[in-house]
Design a binder for this molecule. Structure first.
Ligand SMILES: O=C(O)CCC(=O)C(=O)O
Length: 315
């Protein structure tokens, strides 16, 4: 059984590794499901009061022109409301979520982004790895919480169980030049993903969740938002995105994946601590050298003085 630079729940040696784990039978079941399907569901961990508080703070502090701070939002979603709402932060850092993630990834979880939705997103099929990748790979996941009952009408989250085992696709898989890429290329990616799922044998599932239900998805599972059948409906939900400690964090969509120049998420803030997260490779220094604009190469061969190496490790 070889050691790999992957979370154990993503390792091809999972069936051997699990036999060596000193964890409860319940956790073994959860880990096996996560390995197999790329997601798990957890019920009954949040109080009704907390969920209702999140919803009311979304309306008071997010979707409200009169709130003195303009949160980063559009008509359907508010990004990083955790900065102004303790309830959103509490949901993101709930001990049961943290403990489950620690068991699955064996590293400290780093919640770094919240998205609060008031209505269905109708987002096309995609994998989060296009936006949030890591080195070593796959140390990322999403936690989706239903803040009200979800029906066929209000645009349920959908996902393709097992699709997390695909390669991590990005624009370099279908563009035929070495040019830099950006969000402008996103529609081509969506078409590519749609074609890929149509061609595959994965079965699309919908998460018809009850208020409070949680779905944890692994970084590379293909998912999105179903069409909203009732235009008057709401679909209150919160997604928190998590990385895990001791990695390098980057965005393939804004990187040049052909030349391997990475858009590093340098100002990644841990929602738990409010501090910028240190970047390294399994705890070892990875020297990030700016090549141009916001792009970086990893180059440990440049001999920097010790103090600069130390500072580089803090990037
Ligand atoms: O909530 C949804 O409908 C989809 C959310 C999603 O795809 C995401 O946050 O990556």
């Amino acid at each position: 059984m070889s050691q790999m630079n992957l979370p154990w729940v993503e390792s091809p040696f999972f069936s051997d590794i699990i036999k060596t784990k000193n964890i409860s039978e319940e956790d073994k079941k959860i880990a096996s499901e996560y390995y197999e399907n790329g997601f798990i569901v957890i019920n009954n961990i949040f109080s009704n009061e907390l969920i209702d508080k999140v919803k009311s703070e979304m309306n008071e502090k997010g979707f409200n022109e009169n709130f003195p701070i303009q949160t980063f939002r559009n008509n359907i979603r508010i990004q990083d409301l955790w900065q102004y709402s303790d309830a959103v932060k509490e949901l993101a850092c709930h001990p049961k979520i943290m403990d489950t993630l620690k068991m699955l990834y064996e590293r400290e979880p780093v919640p770094f982004q919240t998205l609060n939705f008031k209505v269905g997103t109708q987002q096309k099929a995609h994998s989060d790895t296009l936006h949030f990748s890591s080195l070593p790979a796959r140390y990322m996941c999403g936690v989706w919480v239903a803040l009200e009952d979800i029906t066929e009408d209000n645009g349920p989250l959908f996902y393709y169980p097992g699709s997390h085992r695909n390669p991590e696709y990005n624009f370099s898989d279908f563009k035929n030049t070495t040019e830099d890429t950006s969000y402008e290329n996103y529609p081509e990616y969506e078409t590519f993903m749609e074609d890929l799922m149509e061609k595959s044998s994965y079965k699309k599932k919908k998460f018809l969740a009850k208020k409070g239900d949680v779905l944890i998805w692994s970084s590379n599972i293909i998912h999105g938002g179903s069409p909203v059948e009732d235009p008057q409906s709401t679909r209150y939900s919160q997604v928190t995105h998590y990385y895990f400690e001791n990695c390098i964090y980057y965005t393939p969509m804004l990187s040049n994946m052909v030349t391997k120049e990475l858009f590093i998420r340098r100002n990644l803030v841990d929602i738990k601590t409010g501090k910028i997260v240190e970047q390294n490779f399994n705890g070892n220094v990875a020297q990030l050298v700016r090549t141009r604009g916001s792009l970086y190469a990893i180059n440990n061969h440049i001999k920097l003085p010790k103090i600069l190496r130390f500072l580089a490790s803090k990037l």
